[in-house]
Design a protein around this ligand. Sequence first.
Ligand code: 6PG
Length: 246
Amino acid sequence: MIPVSSNGKTEVIVFPSIKKACVDASERFLALFRQAIQVKGIFTAALSGGRTPKLLYETLAKISYKDKLDWDKVHLFQSDERCVPMDHSESNARMIREILVSRIKLPEANAHWMINNNSDWKRSAKDYERTVRKVLNAPKGIPIFDLILLGLGEDGHTASLFEGSRALYEKKRLVVPNFVPQLNSWRITYTLPLINRAKNIIFLVGGKEKKEVFSKLFDLRSQIPAKNVSPVKGNLKFLIDESVIK
Ligand code: 6PG
């Protein structure tokens, strides 16, 4: 039983396969793009790393979608990044560039990368927060993304908000460096204040290996980082394949 959240804005949609979930996510991306363009002429989306989000970027890069968007009006951001050079095999930016950005007509200036080949992670995070505020035209308060796309780790993390890591408890900053003891490595990540202000948050979750962690999201006794994603005013959708709940 998947309860709808108290504000009725949380929805779980089950698909026969993660591929079909990615087609639905692409349709939603397109619809949210059209809505945003109509209202303000710009669409801002923050993309996660990971195997499942990668499937969405492959779908979005297909003719059936990429030619329907006016990429000039799209600004793509990252919701988190591994602190490695942008050409490193672990880099989310490298994956997003290879799978999506290299195949669409997105102006270089509209692709906002967290690391930008500078190894001062604190500086990168501060610069990125400034960029988010500038492009989303929110010098004060909390910028509102049209869409933040998230994955769900088997340990319950999302973006790079891991159990017990400092960023999970950050209440003021929007983008921070985050040491992840479990991985013994540094990440840069959006914080919950920024994530939870988004108009639309979509989780893409697939595979039977995510069954246990997904059920924890709706178990009142459990506490996993992803459970803190709760939009202040926006919509939260979980697009999952049936193996996640069967
Ligand atoms: C990262 C991601 C991370 C990812 C989840 C799901 O940098 O690793 O941003 O939050 O989205 O771990 O990844 P999978 O879909 O590969 O399980």
